[in-house]
Design a protein around this ligand. Structure first.
Ligand SMILES: [Zn+2]
Length: 234
């Protein structure tokens, strides 16, 4: 057994150089064993990454087969209801969620968010069309989807530059929920009653405000922020 004269590391019999400090190995009593295999790979190799397009093709094929199978089942079982449309639409929506970000790695997050929102909007349109409800789609479902998309887009724009602290995340999430709930009641009221009579969304708004004020105060005051970090292990 040889040891490196420079760094003292134990050397394998096949080593011509110390693997740590590259000092040549000269041990007259134990010549370098050139026949046995080295105990570790001598050439660097890398894990071959799964090509994204292969994954995209796989996902596309899976979703397409689900859609085709349901379409055929629907054709053969012949019901009055075109239920397979929902499955086919859901498969198409999932495809939009998964495949473009796989193929287009540099797809900006705001663009991906808008694309996903458009996919949801189209899926709900499909359901509305099948249920003969274009009116509720235009006056209720589409505005609600647009509101949700807008809130998500604001969150993405706020958070895409740098990782937010837990306090900022909580503040934005609470504010988003409040905006969404108030918007939902507003749109629902306008659709069902023709006028806005805020009721339950006000409760959510008050609770959100009560949560938001301490969050913002703690975020602003450095001493409180430190204390909160320490207490809640943030
Ligand atoms: Zn060495």
């Amino acid at each position: 057994m040889s040891y490196c004269v420079n760094c003292g590391v134990e050397l394998d019999g096949t080593a011509e150089f110390c693997p740590l400090c590259q000092t040549p190995v000269h041990n007259p009593r134990q010549p370098v064993d050139g026949d046995s295999p080295a105990p570790f790979p001598t050439e660097r190799s890398e894990v071959v990454p799964v090509p994204m397009w292969e994954l995209a093709v796989l996902v596309s094929a899976m979703l397409a087969s689900v859609a085709v199978c349901c379409g055929l089942l629907n054709l053969f079982l012949r019901t009055n209801h075109i239920w397979s449309l929902y499955v086919i639409g859901a498969a198409a929506m999932l495809w939009v969620f998964i495949v473009p970000p796989l193929l287009w790695r540099k797809l900006p997050l705001p663009a991906a968010t808008l694309l996903d929102a458009a996919a949801i909007g189209l899926y709900v349109l499909l359901i509305a069309w099948e249920l003969d409800g274009l009116e509720w789609y235009l006056r209720l479902a589409l505005p609600v989807t647009a509101l949700l998309a807008l809130i998500l887009l604001v969150q993405v724009l706020l958070f895409q530059k740098r990782r937010p602290s837990i306090l900022s995340t909580m503040a934005v999430v609470v504010a988003s929920i409040a905006v969404f709930v108030v918007g939902l009641e507003l749109l629902g009221d306008l659709y069902f009653h023709g006028e806005w009579v805020p009721s339950w969304s006000l409760v959510v708004l008050i609770v959100a405000g009560a949560l938001e004020i301490p969050l913002l105060v703690v975020r602003r005051v450095p001493g409180l922020r430190q204390e909160a970090r320490r207490r809640f292990h943030m």
